[in-house]
Structure formats: structure tokens, C-alpha cells
Design a protein around this ligand. Structure first.
Ligand SMILES: [Zn+2]
Length: 477
């Protein structure tokens, strides 16, 4: 017994020592990048963003037509507001989406595509009173600009155009062709806009070096213990699918319910799905993220990040690295004293990299194990995106641009849960990077598709400076 305790003691000591050594030797290689002086962003740039916010370019659904007055109004305004871009770049209107081509001088280089979208989500009337300023006003208050599109995503349409216009003014001629694509239906899937633009480019025989879109950000105070801003360049996005589960029974009188009645059985199926979650996983990009962030954390968190073999599950949970299960719509029943003959629920899944929507379907059928329930998909079935190369020239240019302008920032690749228009460009671009330097924190996070969407004026200037510097850097690549 004594001997056993001794061995146990030595074992524990060795384990602790191992954990500590891993923690103390957990460092990150820092990239040395010289700072640059950002361009001056004139106040007129703010006026232009304000004006753009005022066009109600809302995407409701494909059964509600887009408002042609709002979209063409915005097109015309952009042409007027950015005269050099309008006259020197080739512009093509595809439905209500815009594609610009800024021809490069070196045809041997593959073009880069800068992306964003013109449409915004609607505003729930009931929440109007919770806005600091009306959602289509673009009003500036207390250093913030308010309105739909200030975060998602007219902000980057305007910032890209500001950067291109300023570059044209300075006489820049890009070596590499730069395309700008601004979709009009990203918020409902991009099936008409980005999909048609991508098809058009494909017909022209264009293959891209990379696309750079929304979908990444500079996170502030979002990771406990991390003081530095964290720039996340998302190199992959999860898949998307919604399945409707419909149960059909004989129904009956509410006075004589059977134990397996309609709504109860459907509820059981939902509970089974929620308590049998998809397992958390790690993929190389998540490992990389952990290795980059970990060394910057205080001791306890650093220890966890340095020893994911032991503490990895909590980290994976925090990073949400699994296929998520979210029941979103439920229907059933018509009268209080009648057991309905059918009821249905829609469950939305965000599919983890490496899994498929077909596997989700199989998981549902196996988990609920109820032959009375049929399962069919009621959304697009978007498989998870490929993972873009985070050692590529394109990734490095974005990283360099961030570090040139935002010195204390930590840059990491990441995986995004939401969807972007980049999926439509997969056939013509191996790499898609989702990032622009919008600062996101606990206070403004709810602005995405929510109430009081706003952006700090100072942050808008940083975003313009980022795109300007990015365009200059692209010329040295
Ligand atoms: Zn968006």
C-alpha cells in the first residue's frame, strides 16, 4: 500500500510538473511588422456612410421582391459619391448586385476580390423605441453612427469604395486586378446576387487568388483574461441546414389521451435531440487559434490552453466547435380539447467542419427513433465551407495590414458559425478570408441583426484605413 501511494505521489508530481513545463514554455512567435501612418479619413466619408444608411435596401425573403427604388437609389448614390471609381473601374449591375473591375497591369497575377453586401435585415417595429436613433437615419450621436448596415454590412461597402477612391486619387495602378463585389441578397442566402456574380466571373474564365469578405472582426474583451484586441480572420464557416420534423398520429379526444399522443411525442423527440448533442471536435485551425491566444492569457487560462489534452473540452465548448442543434419553430394543434393528428418542429443545425448535412439527417433519425416522425429539409443545405490556407500570401497580407495599423492586436485564423456570401465563390477561389476590422465587444455585439446597430466613428475611420492599406499591400505581393 505504502509503495502504491509512493508511486501515485510520484505520478501526480510528474503530471503537475509536465503541466507546468508546458505552461511555462507556451510562447507564441511574434511577427515583427513596422507601423505605418494611416491615411487621413475626411469627415465627408462619414456623410457618405450616413447617406448610404438611409436607403432602405432590405432583404425580407425571396417571396417579397427587393425594393427597386431603394437599391437603384443606392447604386446611383455610390456612382455620384465615388466619381473616380465610377469612371475608372468597369461596373456591372447584376440584378441589384454590383461588380467592379479594377484592371491590373500584370495579367500573370490572379485577381483578388473584395466583398461586402448592400442589403440589410429588416427592423422589428416593436423595437424601434430601443434605438438611440432611427435605424435608417445614419444619425451620429456621442461618437457613434446609428443604423442598419453600420455593422452589417454597408459599412464595408462604403469603406472599400472610400479606399479605392483615395487610391485612385493618389494615382495608384494595381498590379493585380482587384474586383469589388457587393451582393444584394446576402441576408437571405445570396442565391441571386453573389451566386450570379460568381457565375458571371466563372463564365469570363476568372479564377481568383482569394476573396476577402465580412465575417471576422476585432474582438475586445470577449475572451476572459485577454487584454489585447483579438483580430479573427475566419478561414472557414460552418454549414447550414434546417430540418422539419413532422409527427402524424390518429389524434383523438382530449378527454382520453394516450401516453404517446402527438405533441408529447414530438416534445420527446426534441428533448432527445437536445440531450444528444453532436460531440465537440477540434480541427487544425482551432488548435492554431489556441496556440496563438494561449500565451497571452493569465496563468490559469494559459495552463488550460497549453494543456488541451487535459482541459480541452471547456475550450472547445467556449469556441462552440461542434454541430449545433437549435429548435426554432413549432406548430401543432387547433383546438383546446382535440389531440391534433399532426405537429411539427423546425430544427436549425450549423454543421461543423468535417461533417455533412446528410450526417445530421442520419443523426436525427437515429436519435429520435420514432417511425411516426418524418424528417425533411426546409432550407438550403449548405455544407461546411472548405478551410482556407492560413499560411498563404493572401492571409499574410491581411495579417500584415492589421499589424501595421493596430499594433497590440493578436491575429488568429478562426471558424465562423454564421454564413457569408463567400460560399458562392468556392468554385473560382480556393481561399476565402472573412475579416474587416470592426471592433466587437459585449455591448455592441447585439447590434448584428438586432437593436441599436451602431459603429464608433473612430472605428469607421480605422476600417477605411485598413482597406486603403490592404490595397497598397496587395501591390507589393
Ligand atoms: Zn452581413
Amino acid at each position: 500500500m505504502k509503495k502504491f501511494l509512493k508511486f501515485l505521489g510520484i505520478g501526480v508530481l510528474a503530471l503537475v510538473l509536465f503541466i507546468l513545463i508546458k505552461t511555462f514554455t507556451f510562447t507564441s512567435e511574434s511577427i515583427e511588422v513596422a507601423q505605418v501612418t494611416p491615411i487621413e479619413v475626411p469627415d465627408e466619408a462619414l456623410t457618405r456612410l450616413q447617406k448610404a444608411i438611409q436607403f432602405k435596401t432590405i432583404s425580407h425573403s425571396y417571396t417579397t421582391p427587393h425594393d427597386s427604388v431603394a437599391f437603384t437609389g443606392l447604386h446611383n448614390f455610390l456612382a455620384f459619391a465615388f466619381p473616380l471609381t465610377d469612371s475608372l473601374l468597369e461596373r456591372k449591375v447584376i440584378q441589384y448586385s454590383l461588380l467592379y473591375k479594377w484592371a491590373g497591369t500584370d495579367n500573370s497575377l490572379k485577381p483578388v476580390l473584395l466583398m461586402s453586401h448592400l442589403d440589410v435585415v429588416p427592423v422589428d417595429e416593436g423595437t424601434l423605441k430601443d434605438w438611440e436613433a432611427p435605424p435608417f437615419s445614419g444619425e451620429i450621436k456621442n461618437g457613434n453612427i446609428y443604423g442598419r448596415g453600420t455593422m452589417d454590412d454597408k459599412v464595408s461597402v462604403l469603406a472599400i469604395l472610400e479606399a479605392v477612391e483615395a487610391s485612385l486619387q493618389s494615382g495608384l495602378k494595381p498590379k493585380r486586378t482587384i474586383y469589388l463585389a457587393f451582393g444584394h441578397d446576402e441576408e437571405i442566402g445570396g442565391d441571386q446576387g453573389a451566386a450570379s456574380v460568381a457565375k458571371y466571373l466563372q463564365e469570363q474564365g476568372v479564377t481568383l487568388e482569394c476573396v476577402i469578405d465580412e465575417g471576422g472582426y476585432v474582438a475586445e474583451g470577449m475572451i476572459p483574461g485577454l487584454d489585447n484586441p483579438l483580430a479573427v480572420i475566419n478561414v472557414a464557416e460552418k454549414g447550414y441546414v434546417s430540418f422539419e420534423l413532422t409527427i402524424t398520429t390518429k389524434g383523438g379526444h382530449a378527454s382520453t389521451p394516450t401516453p404517446d399522443n402527438t405533441i408529447g411525442s414530438l416534445a420527446t423527440a426534441i428533448t432527445k435531440l437536445e440531450s444528444n448533442q453532436f460531440p465537440y471536435k477540434t480541427i487544425p485551425v482551432i488548435d492554431r487559434q489556441v496556440d496563438i491566444i494561449g500565451p497571452h492569457l493569465p496563468f490559469v487560462q494559459r495552463m488550460a490552453f497549453a494543456n488541451t489534452w487535459l482541459f480541452g473540452s471547456k475550450i472547445k465548448e467556449a469556441l462552440n466547435t461542434h454541430t449545433t442543434t437549435a429548435p426554432t419553430i413549432i406548430k401543432g394543434g387547433v383546438k383546446d380539447n382535440v389531440i391534433p393528428t399532426s405537429a411539427s418542429v423546425v430544427v436549425n443545425f450549423r454543421v461543423m467542419t468535417g461533417e455533412t448535412t446528410e450526417e445530421v439527417l442520419r443523426h436525427i433519425i437515429k436519435t429520435i427513433n420514432d417511425e411516426r416522425i418524418t424528417v425533411k429539409s426546409v432550407s438550403n443545405r449548405n455544407e461546411p465551407s472548405p478551410v482556407s490556407d492560413y499560411e498563404s500570401g493572401g492571409y499574410k497580407i491581411i495579417e500584415k495590414t492589421i499589424l501595421q495599423l493596430l499594433p497590440n492586436t493578436i491575429v488568429t485564423p478562426g471558424l465562423v458559425s454564421g454564413g457569408t456570401d463567400t460560399k458562392h465563390y468556392q468554385s473560382i477561389s480556393e481561399n476565402a478570408y472573412r475579416f474587416f476590422p470592426i471592433r466587437v465587444n459585449a455591448t455592441n455585439l447585439t447590434g448584428f441583426h438586432g437593436i441599436n446597430e451602431h459603429l464608433a466613428v473612430s472605428n469607421y475611420k480605422e476600417i477605411v484605413q485598413f482597406y486603403y492599406q490592404l490595397i497598397q499591400n496587395l501591390n507589393e505581393w
